[in-house]
Design a protein around this ligand. Sequence first.
Ligand code: GDP
Length: 207
Amino acid sequence: MMRIEAQFVASAASLDQCPQWDRIEVAIAGRSNVGKSSLINALTRVKGLARTSKTPGRTRALNFFALGSDLALVDLPGYGYAKMSHTEAARIAPMMSQYLERRSNLAAVLILIDARRGPEQEELSLAGTIRSRGLELIVAATKSDKLKNSERAAAAKRFTAIGVQPIWCSATEGAGIEELLRRLLRLPRGLTESGTAQPHRAATAPR
Ligand code: GDP
């Protein structure tokens, strides 16, 4: 398995607090408890890295992790769960949409969805936003180890609504982690002169 340097860089509570760098960013979104921290840890192979995102004051912020020399993972605040009050949700929603709509470094969004649940309205709506901005959508089905073989076909069918094939992942058993990492590393690199991430296309041309 490959190894890539990863480190926590910054938390941002608004767009203007985001790091100014040339890295392309992959935002990671998912409901609380979907297994986001575990997946980030498995991807970066740094134990406790994503716990940083759960320290007080950071759970409601965008958390930036540098990955290798030119990528960054951005842990988006969780959504769609009871623990967050309406007030908090109302504060986070504009930050999320500003980041998704305006952040020029953003190249792709990885949506995490529990393998047993499949996408629900919030994930489908987020997928729509991602597509309308021309960003690449990557879907990871988390905790796939909890699916019995007999449940797999029905589970796969539930994911068709989101329009892309999920990568079946298990942070505990390691399934899908390497495939997901390779997918992230294949994203087109570099920003254009206007400072926007290159539109997604097959990355064939050398830089
Ligand atoms: P987060 O709230 O989205 O960051 O979720 P966590 O990574 O903290 O995980 C939530 C719970 O799911 C924890 O109890 C984890 O141990 C468990 N979990 C996370 N990933 C997996 C997985 O791949 N397989 C299984 N069986 N459990 C997992």
